[in-house]
Design a protein around this ligand. Structure first.
Ligand code: ATP
Ligand SMILES: O=P(O)(O)O[C@@H]1O[C@H]([C@H](O)CO)[C@@H](O)[C@H](O)[C@@H]1O
Length: 185
C-alpha cells in the first residue's frame, strides 16, 4: 500500500513538472537568452495575460514564433492581472495559464512577472524582437525603448477580429446569466 501511495505522489509531482516544464525563473530565463543569443538564435519575446486562451492567441503566438528562432513569453502573475484587469481576474490561475501555454508547440519558454508591466523583465532579458498584438500602439509597448536601444526590433502582429478573453467571459455571462450550467441542476 505504501509503495502505491509513493507511486501516486511521484506521478503527481512528475505531472506538475511536465505541465510546466517550460516555466523558467527570471534568472534562468536571462541565462537561457544569453545562451540562445550566443549560439546565434534570434529570441522573440512577447508578454500577456493569456487568461482564457482563444484562436487569436494561437494565431498570434504562431506568427510571433515565426519571427525568430525562440519564442519566450512573459506571463503576468495572478497578482499583476488583478491590478491591471480588475480583482475578479484572472479566471485561470498562473500555473494553469503557464501549463496551457507550455502545451503549445510554438512556445519555447515562459517566465512569470509580478509587476504591472514587463518593462524591468524586458530590460533584463533584452530579446532580439519584442512583439505585441496590433491592439497595442508601438509607443505604448513596455520595454520597446530598451529593445530598440539594444539594436532589437519592436513589432506588432494583426489581431484576429472578434476574439478576446473578455468577449468569452461576456458571452458566458450572457448564456449562463439566465441558465444554470448543464449538469449543475
Ligand atoms: N484576437 C487576437 N488576435 C491576435 N492577437 C491577440 C488577440 N487577442 C489578444 N491578442 C494578443 O495576445 C496577447 C495577450 O493578450 P491578452 O491575454 O490580453 O488577450 P485578450 O483576449 O485581449 O485578453 P482580455 O480580453 O482579458 O484583455 C497580446 O499581445 C495581445 O496583443
Ligand atoms: O495580455 P495583454 O493585456 O495584452 O498584456 C499586457 O500587455 C501590456 C503591454 O505590454 C504594455 O506595453 C503589459 O504592460 C501588461 O502587463 C500585460 O502584459
Amino acid at each position: 500500500m505504501l509503495v502505491l501511495q509513493l507511486h501516486v505522489i511521484f506521478l503527481q509531482l512528475a505531472d506538475r513538472y511536465l505541465m510546466n516544464s517550460k516555466l523558467l525563473t527570471r534568472a534562468k530565463a536571462k541565462e537561457q537568452v544569453i545562451a540562445w543569443q550566443s549560439s546565434g538564435k534570434k529570441v522573440v519575446f512577447s508578454n500577456g495575460c493569456f487568461d482564457i486562451l482563444h484562436a487569436g492567441h494561437v494565431q498570434y503566438l504562431s506568427r510571433a514564433r515565426q519571427l525568430g528562432d525562440i519564442l519566450l513569453i512573459g506571463l503576468n502573475s495572478d497578482a499583476s492581472i488583478q491590478r491591471i484587469k480588475g480583482p475578479l481576474r484572472p479566471v485561470c490561475a498562473e500555473q494553469d495559464r503557464a501549463a496551457v501555454l507550455s502545451a503549445l508547440q510554438m512556445v519555447d519558454a515562459i517566465t512569470l512577472f509580478d509587476e504591472d508591466t514587463p518593462e524591468a523583465l524586458i530590460e533584463a532579458l533584452l530579446p532580439d524582437i519584442l512583439v505585441k498584438g496590433a491592439d497595442w500602439d508601438i509607443e505604448r509597448i513596455a520595454g520597446a525603448k530598451a529593445v530598440l536601444q539594444s539594436g532589437g526590433k519592436v513589432l506588432t502582429l494583426p489581431i484576429l477580429e472578434g476574439r478576446s478573453t473578455t468577449g468569452i467571459i461576456e458571452k458566458v455571462i450572457q448564456i449562463y446569466g439566465k441558465h444554470t450550467p448543464r449538469g449543475k441542476e
